[in-house]
Design a protein around this ligand. Structure first.
Ligand code: NAD
Length: 261
Protein backbone atom coordinates (compact mmCIF):
# COMPACT_ATOMS: atom_id res chain seq x y z
CA UNK A 1 0.00 0.00 0.00
CA UNK A 2 1.06 3.66 -0.21
CA UNK A 3 -0.01 6.69 -2.19
CA UNK A 4 2.98 6.44 -4.56
CA UNK A 5 2.71 2.71 -5.16
CA UNK A 6 3.54 1.85 -8.77
CA UNK A 7 5.20 5.22 -9.44
CA UNK A 8 8.80 5.72 -10.51
CA UNK A 9 10.55 8.97 -9.72
CA UNK A 10 13.84 10.80 -9.47
CA UNK A 11 15.11 12.46 -6.33
CA UNK A 12 17.62 15.09 -7.47
CA UNK A 13 19.76 16.84 -4.88
CA UNK A 14 20.64 14.52 -2.02
CA UNK A 15 24.03 15.57 -0.59
CA UNK A 16 23.77 13.85 2.80
CA UNK A 17 21.24 12.72 5.40
CA UNK A 18 20.44 16.33 6.32
CA UNK A 19 19.34 17.21 2.76
CA UNK A 20 15.71 18.14 2.22
CA UNK A 21 15.76 15.74 -0.74
CA UNK A 22 16.60 12.94 1.68
CA UNK A 23 13.48 13.72 3.71
CA UNK A 24 11.46 13.55 0.49
CA UNK A 25 13.15 10.32 -0.60
CA UNK A 26 12.31 8.54 2.65
CA UNK A 27 8.70 9.67 2.56
CA UNK A 28 8.35 8.69 -1.12
CA UNK A 29 9.82 5.25 -0.53
CA UNK A 30 7.59 4.74 2.51
CA UNK A 31 4.62 5.46 0.21
CA UNK A 32 5.72 2.80 -2.25
CA UNK A 33 7.64 4.72 -4.95
CA UNK A 34 10.56 3.24 -6.86
CA UNK A 35 13.39 5.76 -6.77
CA UNK A 36 16.38 6.98 -8.76
CA UNK A 37 19.03 9.39 -7.46
CA UNK A 38 21.73 11.65 -8.84
CA UNK A 39 24.89 12.76 -7.11
CA UNK A 40 27.24 15.63 -7.87
CA UNK A 41 30.74 14.25 -8.41
CA UNK A 42 32.79 11.51 -6.74
CA UNK A 43 32.92 13.25 -3.38
CA UNK A 44 29.13 13.19 -3.11
CA UNK A 45 28.83 9.63 -4.39
CA UNK A 46 30.40 8.29 -1.18
CA UNK A 47 27.55 9.77 0.85
CA UNK A 48 24.68 9.43 -1.58
CA UNK A 49 25.19 5.84 -2.76
CA UNK A 50 24.72 4.16 0.65
CA UNK A 51 21.71 6.36 1.42
CA UNK A 52 20.09 5.60 -1.94
CA UNK A 53 20.84 1.88 -1.62
CA UNK A 54 19.14 1.84 1.77
CA UNK A 55 15.93 2.83 -0.09
CA UNK A 56 16.45 0.15 -2.79
CA UNK A 57 17.20 2.77 -5.46
CA UNK A 58 17.20 1.38 -8.99
CA UNK A 59 19.24 4.26 -10.45
CA UNK A 60 22.20 6.01 -8.77
CA UNK A 61 24.18 8.06 -11.26
CA UNK A 62 26.17 11.29 -11.56
CA UNK A 63 24.59 14.49 -12.84
CA UNK A 64 25.91 18.02 -12.75
CA UNK A 65 23.02 20.29 -13.79
CA UNK A 66 25.37 23.00 -15.04
CA UNK A 67 26.63 20.60 -17.73
CA UNK A 68 24.29 19.70 -20.62
CA UNK A 69 26.25 16.54 -21.50
CA UNK A 70 26.07 15.33 -17.91
CA UNK A 71 22.30 15.94 -17.85
CA UNK A 72 21.84 14.15 -21.18
CA UNK A 73 23.83 11.16 -19.94
CA UNK A 74 21.82 10.94 -16.72
CA UNK A 75 18.42 11.12 -18.43
CA UNK A 76 19.55 8.69 -21.14
CA UNK A 77 20.28 6.21 -18.37
CA UNK A 78 16.83 6.80 -16.86
CA UNK A 79 15.21 6.27 -20.28
CA UNK A 80 17.20 3.10 -20.91
CA UNK A 81 16.45 1.64 -17.49
CA UNK A 82 12.85 2.72 -16.89
CA UNK A 83 11.57 4.04 -20.23
CA UNK A 84 8.95 6.06 -18.40
CA UNK A 85 8.84 8.35 -15.43
CA UNK A 86 6.12 9.57 -13.05
CA UNK A 87 7.81 12.28 -11.01
CA UNK A 88 10.85 14.42 -10.35
CA UNK A 89 11.85 16.14 -7.13
CA UNK A 90 14.29 18.95 -7.94
CA UNK A 91 16.08 19.97 -4.75
CA UNK A 92 19.15 21.68 -6.15
CA UNK A 93 20.55 25.16 -5.61
CA UNK A 94 23.92 26.84 -5.55
CA UNK A 95 25.32 30.35 -5.15
CA UNK A 96 28.81 31.58 -4.50
CA UNK A 97 28.97 32.02 -0.71
CA UNK A 98 30.74 35.38 -1.02
CA UNK A 99 27.95 36.66 -3.27
CA UNK A 100 25.53 36.13 -0.37
CA UNK A 101 27.84 37.87 2.11
CA UNK A 102 28.95 40.89 0.08
CA UNK A 103 25.58 42.61 -0.20
CA UNK A 104 23.08 42.14 -3.00
CA UNK A 105 23.89 45.45 -4.69
CA UNK A 106 27.44 44.18 -5.30
CA UNK A 107 26.36 40.99 -7.11
CA UNK A 108 28.66 40.32 -10.05
CA UNK A 109 27.39 39.21 -13.47
CA UNK A 110 29.22 35.91 -13.00
CA UNK A 111 27.67 35.19 -9.58
CA UNK A 112 24.21 36.14 -10.88
CA UNK A 113 24.52 33.74 -13.84
CA UNK A 114 25.86 30.93 -11.66
CA UNK A 115 23.07 31.18 -9.06
CA UNK A 116 20.28 31.44 -11.64
CA UNK A 117 21.70 28.71 -13.86
CA UNK A 118 22.05 26.06 -11.17
CA UNK A 119 19.13 27.07 -8.96
CA UNK A 120 16.46 27.99 -11.54
CA UNK A 121 17.35 27.08 -15.14
CA UNK A 122 18.23 23.53 -14.10
CA UNK A 123 14.57 22.90 -13.21
CA UNK A 124 13.57 23.80 -16.78
CA UNK A 125 16.39 21.63 -18.14
CA UNK A 126 15.16 18.68 -16.05
CA UNK A 127 11.56 19.23 -17.18
CA UNK A 128 12.63 19.22 -20.86
CA UNK A 129 14.25 15.83 -20.48
CA UNK A 130 11.65 14.30 -18.18
CA UNK A 131 8.45 15.35 -19.97
CA UNK A 132 8.86 13.00 -22.98
CA UNK A 133 9.10 10.08 -20.54
CA UNK A 134 5.89 11.09 -18.71
CA UNK A 135 3.47 9.40 -21.06
CA UNK A 136 0.73 9.01 -18.46
CA UNK A 137 1.20 12.53 -17.09
CA UNK A 138 3.46 13.29 -14.18
CA UNK A 139 4.45 15.58 -11.35
CA UNK A 140 7.45 17.89 -11.01
CA UNK A 141 8.23 19.47 -7.65
CA UNK A 142 11.00 21.95 -6.81
CA UNK A 143 12.15 23.54 -3.55
CA UNK A 144 11.91 27.27 -2.99
CA UNK A 145 12.13 29.72 -0.09
CA UNK A 146 10.33 32.88 1.03
CA UNK A 147 13.38 34.89 -0.06
CA UNK A 148 12.03 34.56 -3.61
CA UNK A 149 9.10 36.73 -2.62
CA UNK A 150 10.48 39.01 0.11
CA UNK A 151 13.87 40.66 0.50
CA UNK A 152 15.50 38.68 3.29
CA UNK A 153 18.88 39.84 4.59
CA UNK A 154 21.66 37.36 3.80
CA UNK A 155 19.72 35.64 0.99
CA UNK A 156 20.67 38.05 -1.79
CA UNK A 157 21.06 36.64 -5.28
CA UNK A 158 19.54 33.34 -4.18
CA UNK A 159 16.28 35.22 -3.60
CA UNK A 160 16.33 36.36 -7.22
CA UNK A 161 17.02 32.77 -8.29
CA UNK A 162 14.04 31.57 -6.22
CA UNK A 163 11.79 34.23 -7.79
CA UNK A 164 12.85 32.91 -11.21
CA UNK A 165 12.28 29.35 -10.04
CA UNK A 166 8.76 30.13 -8.84
CA UNK A 167 7.93 31.92 -12.10
CA UNK A 168 9.39 28.95 -14.01
CA UNK A 169 7.06 26.68 -12.02
CA UNK A 170 4.06 28.63 -13.33
CA UNK A 171 5.26 28.74 -16.95
CA UNK A 172 6.22 25.05 -16.95
CA UNK A 173 2.80 24.26 -15.47
CA UNK A 174 1.22 26.20 -18.33
CA UNK A 175 3.27 24.51 -21.06
CA UNK A 176 3.11 20.96 -19.73
CA UNK A 177 -0.43 21.00 -18.37
CA UNK A 178 -2.12 19.68 -21.48
CA UNK A 179 0.14 16.63 -21.29
CA UNK A 180 -1.15 15.95 -17.78
CA UNK A 181 2.11 17.04 -16.16
CA UNK A 182 1.69 19.07 -12.98
CA UNK A 183 4.42 21.44 -11.77
CA UNK A 184 4.61 22.82 -8.24
CA UNK A 185 7.06 24.46 -5.82
CA UNK A 186 7.34 23.74 -2.13
CA UNK A 187 8.45 26.75 -0.10
CA UNK A 188 10.17 25.30 2.95
CA UNK A 189 10.98 27.14 6.14
CA UNK A 190 14.65 27.21 7.15
CA UNK A 191 16.26 23.82 7.84
CA UNK A 192 19.90 23.29 8.78
CA UNK A 193 21.58 21.72 5.71
CA UNK A 194 24.82 22.02 3.73
CA UNK A 195 23.32 24.59 1.35
CA UNK A 196 21.81 26.57 4.24
CA UNK A 197 25.26 27.07 5.75
CA UNK A 198 26.01 29.49 2.88
CA UNK A 199 23.23 31.83 4.01
CA UNK A 200 24.48 34.68 6.21
CA UNK A 201 23.65 34.27 9.94
CA UNK A 202 21.44 31.27 9.38
CA UNK A 203 21.15 30.56 13.12
CA UNK A 204 19.45 33.91 13.70
CA UNK A 205 17.21 33.37 10.68
CA UNK A 206 16.06 30.06 12.17
CA UNK A 207 15.38 31.62 15.57
CA UNK A 208 13.31 34.43 14.06
CA UNK A 209 11.44 32.05 11.78
CA UNK A 210 10.47 29.85 14.72
CA UNK A 211 9.34 32.87 16.75
CA UNK A 212 7.25 34.27 13.89
CA UNK A 213 5.71 30.95 12.84
CA UNK A 214 2.10 30.13 13.64
CA UNK A 215 3.29 26.84 15.13
CA UNK A 216 6.08 28.62 17.08
CA UNK A 217 8.73 26.28 15.69
CA UNK A 218 10.65 25.43 12.54
CA UNK A 219 9.82 22.58 10.19
CA UNK A 220 11.67 19.30 9.55
CA UNK A 221 12.85 17.46 6.41
CA UNK A 222 10.17 14.87 7.20
CA UNK A 223 7.40 17.46 7.09
CA UNK A 224 8.65 18.80 3.76
CA UNK A 225 8.92 15.21 2.53
CA UNK A 226 5.35 14.38 3.47
CA UNK A 227 4.01 17.45 1.66
CA UNK A 228 6.04 16.64 -1.44
CA UNK A 229 4.65 13.12 -1.43
CA UNK A 230 1.13 14.55 -1.54
CA UNK A 231 2.06 16.79 -4.51
CA UNK A 232 3.70 13.86 -6.31
CA UNK A 233 0.68 11.63 -5.74
CA UNK A 234 -2.69 11.42 -7.47
CA UNK A 235 -4.22 13.01 -4.35
CA UNK A 236 -2.98 16.33 -5.80
CA UNK A 237 -4.30 15.61 -9.31
CA UNK A 238 -6.00 19.03 -9.46
CA UNK A 239 -3.02 21.05 -8.20
CA UNK A 240 -0.53 22.73 -10.57
CA UNK A 241 1.47 25.96 -10.76
CA UNK A 242 1.35 26.40 -6.97
CA UNK A 243 3.85 27.57 -4.42
CA UNK A 244 2.92 25.44 -1.43
CA UNK A 245 4.35 26.61 1.90
CA UNK A 246 5.72 24.20 4.48
CA UNK A 247 6.95 26.81 6.94
CA UNK A 248 4.83 26.25 10.05
CA UNK A 249 2.68 29.16 8.87
CA UNK A 250 5.45 31.77 8.99
CA UNK A 251 4.60 33.51 5.70
CA UNK A 252 1.04 34.42 6.72
CA UNK A 253 2.19 36.19 9.87
CA UNK A 254 3.68 39.61 10.42
CA UNK A 255 7.03 38.17 11.54
CA UNK A 256 10.24 39.51 10.06
CA UNK A 257 12.53 36.69 9.00
CA UNK A 258 15.43 39.12 8.55
CA UNK A 259 18.57 38.87 10.60
CA UNK A 260 19.29 42.57 10.88
CA UNK A 261 18.30 43.01 14.53
P1 NAD B 1 21.67 20.46 0.34
O1 NAD B 1 23.03 21.08 0.33
O2 NAD B 1 21.51 19.23 1.10
O3 NAD B 1 21.15 20.24 -1.15
C1 NAD B 1 21.54 21.03 -2.23
C2 NAD B 1 21.88 20.08 -3.35
O4 NAD B 1 22.17 20.78 -4.55
C3 NAD B 1 23.10 19.20 -3.05
O5 NAD B 1 22.77 17.85 -3.14
C4 NAD B 1 24.09 19.59 -4.13
O6 NAD B 1 24.89 18.49 -4.54
C5 NAD B 1 23.12 20.00 -5.23
N1 NAD B 1 23.80 20.76 -6.28
C6 NAD B 1 24.41 21.96 -6.21
N2 NAD B 1 24.95 22.29 -7.40
C7 NAD B 1 24.65 21.26 -8.26
C8 NAD B 1 24.94 20.99 -9.62
N3 NAD B 1 25.65 21.83 -10.36
N4 NAD B 1 24.47 19.83 -10.16
C9 NAD B 1 23.76 18.95 -9.42
N5 NAD B 1 23.47 19.15 -8.12
C10 NAD B 1 23.91 20.29 -7.55
O7 NAD B 1 20.72 21.62 0.90
P2 NAD B 1 19.11 21.70 1.00
O8 NAD B 1 18.87 22.79 1.98
O9 NAD B 1 18.53 20.38 1.18
O10 NAD B 1 18.72 22.31 -0.43
C11 NAD B 1 17.80 21.70 -1.29
C12 NAD B 1 16.87 22.73 -1.89
O11 NAD B 1 16.01 23.24 -0.88
C13 NAD B 1 17.57 23.95 -2.49
O12 NAD B 1 16.88 24.35 -3.65
C14 NAD B 1 17.40 24.99 -1.40
O13 NAD B 1 17.48 26.31 -1.88
C15 NAD B 1 16.00 24.64 -0.96
N6 NAD B 1 15.58 25.19 0.34
C16 NAD B 1 16.34 25.01 1.44
C17 NAD B 1 15.94 25.54 2.64
C18 NAD B 1 16.77 25.38 3.88
O14 NAD B 1 16.57 26.14 4.82
N7 NAD B 1 17.67 24.41 3.94
C19 NAD B 1 14.72 26.24 2.73
C20 NAD B 1 13.94 26.39 1.58
C21 NAD B 1 14.38 25.86 0.37
Amino acid sequence: MGILKGKKGLILGVANNKSIAWGVARAARREGATLGFNYLGDQMEKRVRPLAESLDAEIIAPMNVSDEASMDAFFAKVKEQWGELDFIVHSIAFANKDALRDGFANTSREDFHLALDISAYSFIACAQRAAPMMKEGGSLVTMTYLGGERAIPGYGVMGVAKAALEASTRYLAQDLGERGIRVNSVSAGPIRTLAASAVGDFRKLMEKSARGAMLKRNVTQEEVGNTCVYLLSDLASGVSGEVHYVDAGFHVGAGDPGVSD
